[in-house]
Design a protein around this ligand. Structure first.
Ligand code: C2E
Ligand code: CA
Ligand code: CA
Length: 761
């Protein structure tokens, strides 16, 4: 049945002209005809494999078809879907003039065989052009070129859309045989394949172009994530060449910025959806770590198995930088680049939390340039701005790293400074800022002298939270302005007085030595067994011209703070050694001199040289000098301390541990430092006869010292009861008001004569 229908100029609608699909059409062909068709097929398909273009293949096909049908011309026309017109693609034996006339053919009922193929969507076999209505519109053309018959078949795309025609036009009247139909059908099918392939290749070329020229880094890996291909942008961005990445996996780019969870999520998403996108930090060859927007796609084959991964990275560093810049400006003052008001508050609140947890103090200093408006108006705003910037820079130099400095607006700055409990730094800090700000600023060519006023409030004394403390600092600032400007004020009266005194003492200490305001008193130390004077402890005194006698417990921490303890301590050593040496010839032969040392003397100044010098100039034998160290000194930077202690021992000096039991009381350092004596702190001596007589601690210290072959001296002995108890416990020596208060040098000799005559035990 099918054969009969095909006889009547018609191919079944669903015929796609695929060579294989039409294999049944071979039945009525002779062996020679079959061979000829197959030969044509093979020749053309082979040339396809050799990458010949669709144009070349169409030309070849036409020539071969013409060889199989003499007295005819073959042509391939393509349908332009947009223009709705047919154009000649190949017609190697039709003159350019005719091709010209055939082009731009609009499909229609009278548009010849090819026009009708498109119009009717079936093969059209016209055997008698002059009398066929389907050639109505092209009749003059047929007449001019003596065309008598024309057979045309559709060229299909894979989706059954007609994309063109393949035609044989004869210069004689003839109707197609099965062989001719097969020839047309096969030719059309081959052209279809060639066109499809051309389209593919064009797309591939485009893809390759995109790959090569993309501004984004592209990586293709195999299913095992090994690099297969990278594009030039990848090399430019990451620094790796193709040879360098081959055989590697993208782990090469790992920055360490993401945890395993990040990668697990990525793989899960890839498995589920075939695509993943996110920001990722990658490492380039030179070690730079950069942010990228990454997209990874999975490539699968026709069996849905993964064959490749394609990863595309866009460098977003500049974006991030811009973002960071925006963020920075949101939290910083554009002029000084200091934290602005909200950020200062944030940071201060964090410091407040820390101070709360550690039970430490926090200072809020509000600073304002006196008469800034006047300066600004007279010098101009740009100069005013420059002054603000310089002020910020100079303030920063006065501060420690942990201190917060923010601009509150205008010429107002806020400083938030953490203080430890016994930190005496604050008054000094205020003085430093005050002093520093008085050095004239150079703005352009002019020098400007400014004054500042500072208001200080302290957490927790003056407020619990940021707002309360800022307000307190503001009130203090107001008082500073009221008090004549160019000064600082504390919110609390008491603190202000204390701070002022601190500054007064601090400044006084600097002059005290040259003005000879220091002197030493000496407190005797007694051997508990023999009842003999064995030494004295030198105790520093300061006679302040205005404030009178200031206790060492008060001024020594300030001297340690401002560093004057180094010179003062050296003076003490010299004076004490000089006195001890003198006493050797005045009836106190063998009397040892104990001198207190501060931790600051250990870390600053050349202690060994100072001690050697004091011994040398005084002529005191080293064995008669004893240095009192505190446990905290020995617990510090152990190696450096160990070295200094070793050198002191080497000189033949005695070492004792002052206030023993109040510090770390670690046995290990006693062994390491080879000290000679422990001074049992007076608080233990005191509690020994109180609280129902708790002697346990004193007993433990004495026993431990005996075990380590160290001597013990109890200080702060005030009563006969304490004395006898210490004797019972076999304490070696005592010192305290019960024996004698600290004495002036001449009093010591008199006291000694009296003591020998009438010892208290
Ligand atoms: P410290 O070394 O523990 O000195 C003993 C302190 O206890 C002295 O106070 C002394 O006067 C006092 N004292 C002595 N016997 C008794 C007593 O029976 N009862 C009571 N309640 N107190 C007694 P001072 O002279 O006020 O010295 C205080 C601290 O100042 C010293 O404590 C020492 O740490 C330091 N110091 C004194 N002179 C110097 C010095 O030249 N250099 C250094 N770095 N520190 C010194
Ligand atoms: Ca002492
Ligand atoms: Ca002591």
């Amino acid at each position: 049945m099918a054969e009969i229908e095909r006889e009547s100029d018609q191919l079944p609608q669903d015929t796609t002209c695929q060579p294989t699909a039409a294999s049944d059409g071979y039945a009525n062909l002779s062996e020679l005809e079959k061979e000829q068709i197959l030969d044509l097929q093979q020749t053309i398909l082979r040339s396809l494999l050799h990458d010949r273009s669709a144009q070349e293949i169409a030309d070849d096909l036409c020539r071969m078809a013409e060889r199989l049908l003499p007295n005819a011309a073959a042509s391939v026309m393509l349908y332009d879907d947009k223009r709705k017109k047919l154009d000649v693609m190949a017609a190697p034996n039709i003159s350019p003039v005719v091709r010209e006339q055939l082009s731009d053919l609009r499909p229609g009922p009278g548009a010849g065989s090819c026009g009708n193929v498109l119009f009717q969507k079936i093969p059209i076999f016209v055997n008698d052009i002059p009398h066929d209505a389907r050639w109505q519109d092209l009749r003059h053309l047929a007449e001019t070129y003596h065309l008598k018959s024309c057979w045309s078949v559709p060229i299909y795309r894979t989706d059954n859309q007609i994309v063109g025609t393949f035609a044989l036009s004869s210069f004689e009247y003839r109707s197609p045989s099965d062989f001719h139909k097969k020839l047309l059908e096969t030719g059309a099918s081959i052209i279809g394949i060639a066109l499809l392939r051309q389209q593919h290749m064009a797309r591939q070329r485009l893809n390759a172009q995109i790959f090569q020229n993309s501004g984004e880094s592209i990586i293709i890996t195999d299913v095992h994530q090994r690099f297969v291909s990278i594009n030039p942008t990848f090399t430019r961005t990451f620094g790796f060449t193709e040879q360098e990445v081959m055989g590697q996996t993208p782990k090469l780019l790992k920055s360490g910025h993401h945890d395993s969870n990040f990668y697990q999520k990525m793989w899960r998403r890839l498995q589920q959806t075939g695509y993943w996108q996110d920001e990722i930090w990658n490492r380039t060859k030179d070690g730079t770590i950069k942010p990228f927007l990454a997209g990874i796609s999975v490539v699968r084959d026709e069996h849905n198995a993964i064959t490749h991964y394609i990863a595309v990275y866009s460098d977003i560093s500049h974006l991030k930088q811009a973002q960071a810049q925006v963020e920075f400006l949101a939290w910083h003052d554009a002029l000084t680049r200091l934290p602005n008001r909200p950020l200062t508050k944030n940071r201060a609140e964090l410091s407040l939390l820390a101070a709360h947890d550690n039970k430490t103090r926090l200072a809020f200093l509000l600073l304002d340039i006196d008469h800034f408006k006047h300066i600004n108006d007279s010098m101009g705003h740009p100069q005013g701005d420059a002054l603000i910037v310089e002020t910020a820079l100079r303030l920063r130099t006065c501060l420690a790293d942990r201190d917060i400095l923010g601009r509150q607006g205008g010429d107002e700055f806020l400083i938030v400074s953490p203080l430890t409990h016994d930190d005496e730094r604050l008054p000094e800090l205020l003085e430093t800022i005050h002093r520093q700000m008085q050095i004239p600023f150079q703005i352009g060519d002019t020098h400007i002298a400014v004054n500042v006023s500072i208001g200080a409030a302290v957490y927790p004394n003056d407020g619990e939270n940021f707002d309360a403390l800022l307000k307190a600092a503001d009130i203090a600032l107001y008082r500073a302005k009221e008090g004549g400007r160019n000064t600082w004020r504390f919110y609390s009266e008491q603190m202000h007085t204390e701070a002022q005194q601190h500054i007064e003492l601090s400044n006084g200490l600097r002059q005290g030595l040259s003005l000879q305001q220091f002197y030493l008193q000496y407190q005797p130390q007694i051997d508990l067994v023999t009842g003999q004077l064995i030494g004295v402890e030198a105790l520093l005194r300061w006679e302040h011209p205005v404030l009178g006698n200031i206790p060492p417990g008060h001024f020594i921490p300030i001297a340690e703070d401002n560093g004057t303890i180094v010179q003062i301590g050296a003076w003490v050593l010299h004076e004490a050694c000089r006195q001890a040496a003198a006493w050797q010839h005045e009836g106190l032969a063998g009397c040892r001199m104990a001198v207190n040392l501060s931790a600051v003397q250990f870390s600053h100044g050349n202690l060994i040289a100072t001690v050697e010098h004091a011994l040398k100039t005084s002529g005191l034998p080293a064995s008669l000098l004893e240095l009192e160290l505190t446990e905290s000194i020995l617990m510090r930077n152990a190696e450096q301390i160990l070295d200094t202690v070793r050198q002191l021992k080497h000189l033949g000096i005695q070492l004792s541990i002052d206030d023993f039991g109040t510090g770390y009381s670690s046995l290990s350092y006693l062994k390491r430092f080879k000290v000679d004596k422990l001074k049992i702190d007076q608080s233990f001596v005191n509690s020994m006869t109180q609280n129902g007589g708790d002697i346990a601690i004193v007993r433990a210290i004495i026993q431990m010292a005996k075990g380590l072959d160290l001597k013990t001296i109890a200080e702060g002995v005030e009563t006969q009861g304490q004395l006898s108890q210490l004797k019972t416990e076999h304490c070696d020596e005592i010192q305290g008001y019960y024996i004698s208060r600290p004495l002036m040098p001449d009093q010591v000799l008199r006291w000694h004569q009296q003591f020998r005559l009438d010892p208290p035990f």
